[in-house]
Design a protein around this ligand. Sequence first.
Ligand code: F0G
Length: 392
Amino acid sequence: MEWLQCINCPERYDALSIRYTCDCGGLLSVERDTIMDRNSFDDRRTSRAPIDQSGVWRFREGVVNLDRVITHPEGSTRLYERNGLFYKHEGENPTGSFKDRGMTVAVTQAVRVGARAVACASTGNTSASLAAYAAQAGLRAIVFVPAGKVASGKLAQTLAYGATCLQVRGDFDAAMRLVRDACDKLGIYLVNSINPFRIEGQKTIIWELLQDLRWESPDWIVVPAGNLGNTSAFGKALREAHANGWITKMPRLASIQASGANPFFLSYEERFATRHRVQAETIASAIRIGDPVSYDKAVDAIRVTNGIVEQVSDEEIMAAKREIDGMGIGCEPASAATLAGVKKLKAAGIMKDDEQIVCVLTGNILKDPEANMRMENVVEIDATLEAVEKVL
Ligand code: F0G
């Protein structure tokens, strides 16, 4: 059985309590005392049952052990190898981002605690995922987004799935503060990654990756970092995989921020002596976040994995995106921060050519259509063969 554990003090709460932080203000973590065997996870890869086909619920003993879940199913994404690097493409999830892995668990938990409405603040992917899973569960969905700052593919999905969309005049950080307040006062269930059940689902990105690699750890796992839910989830996943004896070597985490939205990088540079907050600006709108909520858990993730934090410019992000798109894989800008980070870290000699490196691509190429319109590839012509020949 699971319980909610404060990460800063000994306090524990029941797994069915509706709370996201401890009375002391610390973040909460879902903990359990069972030791899990990885063999059953491997056996389920050939099962036809939807719960086993889900790349989240296949690991249910380490997520939340329930039989009735709200699942698409999700996960079971591909691992690509291109030019000596590996890419785990989480944009292949049902709504096109890794958020589905956390959302299937958070919405399952919402139903379990009897919630009628669910809410989140979002730069677009969480809101699209929430809208889809809430629709499936028959719950009301309310999303708080920074007005004018959400990529059109994400907004379109959110609206199509039927969520009520509150466009907040302010940035993501303002929307985040507002949704926390609104959920507390209005009795709405909050499913941002401050909700510890989201983290439990997102751990399975790592567990499935390790399974893809036959439980042989890579040297590095590279992830874009915004609100720091994924960085936190990856650290917890690796800590638990190691504690359960599924892996013997601890991979190193590399969290990559956009240089215009780099509070975690600034703290890392000071060995986490101070928590920074910034006014965020970047072309990668998914990670346009200046005050990441899961900061404390993410610091722990970097420490337990001997990890690092790097920053990359918008130009580096877009150059890396072109490369990933040019391999026929494709991703949204935030996801390309991974490859941009790898290039920078290799140039600095921190990552080596003979090391196995896995980039986690967090969102699908169609999420941000505006970022894809490479108009230099478009030529308008008259409807004649002569005109075609002239261009070619
Ligand atoms: N990549 C994509 C495509 C994202 O949508 C996000 C976060 C991240 C990376 C960063 O992950 O926040 O766990 O550090 N998107 C959130 C949202 C904020 O609302 O969709 P993180």
